[in-house]
Design a binder for this molecule. Structure first.
Ligand SMILES: [Zn+2]
Length: 102
């Protein structure tokens, strides 16, 4: 089960909006991200030192002619999940500290 965590969008000819998603497999492979184009199935090998966003912009521009209005945002559900998980971790750390000092 892969979930998109970040989206790169740009506007191409005819005001069509193109999207490249960065997806993460939280269950089996949480330390590796995938770059997937929502329009042509482009999904490059990430065995490279290049930045993901540079690759995404380059693909949008070269494959779809989308060079205007480039924006990137975190996926809404991923952002929500992080907002819940981070405070939980903080609480856990505090509880641990209190426990150790006893
Ligand atoms: Zn594409």
């Amino acid at each position: 089960m892969r979930a998109p965590i970040r989206r790169f969008t740009a506007t191409g000819p005819g005001d069509q909006v193109f999207t490249v998603n960065i997806e993460r497999d939280f269950r089996y492979d949480p330390y590796r991200d995938f770059v997937v184009c929502a329009h042509c199935g482009w999904s490059p090998s990430l065995l490279t030192m290049r930045r993901l966003d540079a690759m995404a912009w380059e693909h949008l521009a070269s494959a779809h002619g989308a060079e205007r209005g480039m924006s990137q945002q975190e996926d809404e559900s991923f952002r929500k999940a992080r907002r819940v998980v981070l405070p939980l971790c903080a609480v856990l750390v505090v509880v641990l500290l209190v426990y150790v000092q006893k």
